[in-house]
Design a protein. Structure first.
Length: 114
């Protein structure tokens, strides 16, 4: 019976650890913070200073491996690409290379709706 309790505790720890990791933004500072100003198919345009030709701007592809999260109280909940709307304030982290055009272009690792 003791082995069964050990297995149950191990499984509970693994499930809790996996759930928390999936619903947390990446460590470190976001690549860009700003407002979503356009949505095009699977991409979002994030602008630090919307409507002006200054500040950082980046088209981010949001793919199957990208995480979309929503700030909820003191934590985070999972969201989906369909939850992203023009005008929302977001923090975004990138994965892989970023094209140095203006606006820049890259792949989103995670997008956090603030």
């Amino acid at each position: 019976m003791a082995w069964l309790m050990t297995v149950v505790l191990l499984l509970a720890t693994l499930v809790a650890g996996c759930t928390g990791a999936a619903a947390d933004p990446p460590a470190g500072q976001p690549f860009i913070s700003g407002s979503i100003t356009q949505i095009d198919k699977n991409r979002i345009l994030v602008e630090e200073i919307p409507g002006k030709q200054e500040g950082n701007k980046c088209w981010l592809a949001v793919g199957e491996s990208s995480r979309v999260l929503r700030a909820a109280g003191t934590g985070y909940t999972a969201a989906a690409f369909g939850d992203l709307k023009v005008g929302q304030k977001v923090n975004a982290w990138v994965s892989g290379p970023v094209l140095e055009s203006y606006p820049c272009q890259g792949g989103a690792d995670a997008v956090l709706i603030r």
